[in-house]
Design a protein around this ligand. Structure first.
Ligand code: HEM
Length: 399
């Protein structure tokens, strides 16, 4: 098999192909997308920190000057929302936007949320057990991070059901070569989400609550600290990034444990292993398989010169199985002590929500281990289509 992100067989099990790439072609050109694939941990880690690359090039050149077509007109609104969030901008705008919200996500702030996270996780886990089991993904994995991030931002409870579909539709644009239908769906979702948040933020500007949207609404247009578009882009990013991958790590993680029963037994017997188990589950089946970067100046990677204007694709799933960094990398080891996985990225865009994700995952796995000590897989799960965002359709269990 070859690297083929559109082949469901490859998506289900990409790790043998990654091994071949790391061994034989660690920097290779992938014709169908015109990108250079980077397979080794050392290269991925270094390139994430390399300022000659960017998540965007629009801070240094126009589409034309960079030799790229602008996006089609119908996508304009989508990109207006997405490019107003910190993930798709570079300094100095990135620095300003990240600083405005980073205080809410420090390990200390997040630690103060732990009791609340534990309470929600326990209720969800106990509910699943009372029903004798069900879909762990829909009934535990999704509601926990959605509730937590919605509460932080101040999205009213009655509206929270809107977040998951908007996020899923927006994510459709991030797959490689999305279909025209997926593109239109993503544009519609971004537009509805933006309208919703604009209205909410304007209401909170006048009548602030104790939440992040209210805090941001107070500084809109105040001495150029934050424009309304930036507020909307930031909130869309926080609400989407704030649950999408966490949901998938919970589902993928449980499936990893079911496929490695000895490791499941280890963590059941010793919940003190939870912190290392969470890191190992993040590494072993990487929830975001690839991140792209634009080459802003010619660079050399592993003896290959990649010219300005091209795009590289960093294979996180491959980096996380690199034997140079992880002894016996294909083995799931819930006690793995030294685990510099790359699942949260590195460099200036390092995941802002990593401390929160860690608390949510530890509490969610912990609550299920405790409430459902005999939980078993009821049905072989299937992967969602799509390569970059790695998640299961559902995870049916008995409990
Ligand atoms: C297990 C769950 C998560 C994973 C695997 C994950 C992964 C990542 C990765 C890899 C990046 C960097 C992307 C790049 O460099 O191109 C990132 C950025 C980001 N993540 Fe997460 N994330 C998770 C959970 C969260 C949560 C809970 C939040 C909540 C706020 C969050 C908010 C963000 C934000 C705001 C950024 C952009 C940071 C910047 O551009 O400076 N993430 N995430």
């Amino acid at each position: 098999m070859q690297f083929d992100p559109w082949n469901p067989e490859f998506v289900a099990h990409p790790y043998d192909v990654y091994r071949e790439l790391r061994d034989n072609a660690p920097v290779s050109f992938f014709e169908p997308t015109g990108q250079w694939l980077i397979a080794r941990h050392a290269d991925v880690n270094a390139l994430l920190r390399d300022r000659r690359l960017g998540r965007s090039y629009l801070h240094v050149a126009s589409h034309e000057a960079f030799g790229r077509e602008p996006e089609p007109e119908f996508q304009e609104l989508f990109w207006r929302v997405i490019r107003a969030g910190m993930l798709d901008v570079e300094p100095p705008v990135h620095t300003r936007l990240r600083r405005l919200v980073s205080k809410a996500f420090t390990p200390r702030m997040v630690e103060s949320l732990r009791p609340r996270v534990r309470k929600i996780a326990t209720e969800l886990a106990e509910g699943l057990v009372e029903r004798g089991g069900g879909d762990l993904l829909a009934e535990v994995a999704e509601p926990l991070p959605v509730t937590v991030i919605a509460e932080m931002l101040g999205v009213p409870e009655a509206d929270r059901h809107l977040l998951r579909p908007w996020s899923a539709d927006i994510c459709g644009m991030y797959e490689l070569n999305p279909s025209p239908e997926a593109q239109h769906t993503a544009v519609r979702a971004a537009s509805e989400f933006a309208d919703y948040l604009r209205e909410l933020a304007r209401a909170r500007k006048d009548r602030p609550g104790d939440d992040l949207i209210s805090a941001l609404a107070q500084v809109v247009d105040e001495g150029d600290r934050l424009t309304e578009d930036e507020l909307i882009g930031t909130c869309v990013l926080l609400l989407n990034a704030g649950h999408e991958a966490t949901v998938n790590v919970t589902g993928n993680g449980w499936w990893s444990l079911f496929r490695n029963p000895a490791e499941l037994e280890r963590v059941r017997a010793d919940p003190g292993l939870l912190p290392t188990a969470v890191e190992e589950l993040l590494r072993w089946d990487t929830p975001l398989q690839m991140f792209e970067r634009w080459v802003l100046e010619d660079i050399e990677v592993g003896g290959v010169t990649i010219p300005k204007g091209l795009e590289i694709a960093l294979l996180f799933g491959s980096a996380n199985r690199d034997p140079e960094v992880f002894p016996d990398p294909d083995r799931l080891d819930v006690g793995r002590a030294d685990n510099p996985h790359i699942s949260f990225g590195a460099g200036i865009h390092f995941c802002l929500g990593a401390p929160l994700a860690r608390v949510e995952l530890a509490e969610s796995f912990g609550a299920l281990l405790k409430a459902a000590p005999a939980m078993e897989l009821a049905e072989e799960p299937v992967w969602k289509p799509g390569y970059i965002i790695r998640g299961l359709e559902s995870l049916k269990v008995t409990a």
